[in-house]
Design a protein around this ligand. Structure first.
Ligand code: PLP
Length: 388
């Protein structure tokens, strides 16, 4: 099929809920994708923050092929070596107090389960989240999403959700109390325009949760799995070394195979009884082989160090660039703030063969490239932004 045919059939047989670029992707390798028309694009959006190891990383592809040859799926009613190895590996890279994984299928589902576990651990119902945060589109997660129109499209909202101002501990303390089960926070608010809070805020947030017996949840669906220059934002210098009670993950975790997870402490896990949580597909063998291979590929490719280096490289390259007022974010979760709307730059980059992302801040262009993106690939972006 050529592009016109693909577009016509997709649009005819799918609900029109996504604003799409006018290209159809046929294959990908590393930071590059090729379209139905044979055109090549540099993907600095990583397939929507998903392809941390690059498109179709050979180690991940091989692991999936090997697993597919053995067995595609069996549920959690049985044990599985690949699930055992994936869980062990994931916990081994997590900050120390997080010792157990619960596997599901997406980011929103990880957040639903995280909030449920927090309610089970505390016997309380109220959940605090932040203006500008995004946590997904299922009922509880969308009720915790105080960004733009999302809570409205999720009505009726789950009761007991309140918001605080991101980065403002006084605002948190004004709503936190002994009825609060959880505080859920996206450590870098990606969709809101790569908004960051101070290290001190995270330290204070942790202290507030400790004092009031509140479970702290870091939604690391975007920041996790090496993206911000360490395996997790939690426990890193960026968080002042503090670790939450629960981390939620998805996106990069399976290099493109749908998978989500919660990482929890022993204390949280101790409150979960048989059949309290569950999902048919969570922990399926194919997804688990993707998780294990993704973590291995990141480690063996030294991709986390690269993500850190790329941030510094881009900051230097765009220093003083006309129209650019700031480079935001960490590692390979970056925002370029322009002195006006970024829509024209986004379009111009696409016309030049470079895929980037927008955000809900009209002036902020988002980059979520593979963690192994190369400097000369970043040069191609800089060239267009600086020289047009
Ligand atoms: C921070 C964050 N949390 C949760 C989600 C929801 O993840 P999913 O789309 O896999 O349900 C997203 C998706 O963009 C996200 O960015």
């Amino acid at each position: 099929m050529n592009f016109a045919e693909i577009e016509k059939v997709e649009d005819e047989f799918q609900v029109a809920t996504y604003k799409k670029m006018g290209i159809a992707i046929e294959r990908g390798r590393g930071s590059w994708v090729w379209t139905s028309e044979g055109d090549r694009y540099l993907d600095l959006y990583g397939g929507h923050a998903v392809c941390a190891t690059g498109h179709s990383h050979p180690h991940v592809v091989q692991a999936l092929k090997d697993q597919a040859d053995k067995v595609l799926f069996y549920s959690n009613l049985v044990y599985s070596e690949i699930r055992a190895r994936a869980a062990e590996k994931l916990v081994s890279v997590a900050p120390a107090p997080l010792t157990k994984a619960f596997f599901c299928n997406s980011g929103t589902e990880a957040n639903e389960n995280a909030m449920r576990m927090a309610r089970m651990a505390t016997g309380r119902e109220k959940v605090i989240s932040f203006e500008g945060g995004f946590h997904g589109r299922t009922s509880d997660a969308i009720s915790a999403t105080f960004l733009g129109k999302y809570r409205d499209i999720g009505k009726p909202n789950v009761p007991g959700h309140v918001s605080a101002v991101f980065g403002d501990i006084d605002s948190v303390r004004s709503v936190a109390d002994s009825d609060t089960a959880a505080i859920i926070v996206e450590p870098i608010q990606s969709m809101a325009g790569v908004r960051e809070a101070s290290l001190q805020f995270f330290v204070e947030l942790h202290k507030c949760c400790d004092e009031l017996g509140i479970m702290l949840i870091f939604d690391e669906v975007q920041t996790g799995i090496g993206r911000t220059g360490s395996w997790f934002f939690s426990g890193s210098d960026l968080a002042g070394g503090i670790t939450p009670d629960i981390i939620t993950l998805a996106k990069s975790l399976g290099s493109g195979v749908p998978v989500g997870a919660c990482l929890v402490t022993d204390a949280v896990s101790a409150n979960i009884k048989l059949n309290d949580l569950g999902t048919t597909f969570g922990g399926g063998m194919l997804a688990m082989s993707a998780v294990l291979a993704t973590l291995e590929a990141i480690e063996s490719g030294d991709m986390i160090a690269n993500a850190k280096a790329i941030e510094l490289y881009l900051r230097e390259a765009l220093d003083g660039a006309a129209g650019v007022t700031a480079v935001l974010g960490k590692g390979c979760l970056l925002g370029i703030r322009f002195d006006g709307p970024c829509a024209a730059a986004h379009e111009q980059l696409l016309e030049s063969g470079i895929i980037t992302g927008t955000s809900s801040d009209p002036n902020v262009l988002r980059l979520l490239p593979p963690l192994n993106v190369a400097r000369d690939e970043i040069d191609l972006l800089v060239e267009v932004l600086v020289n047009g």
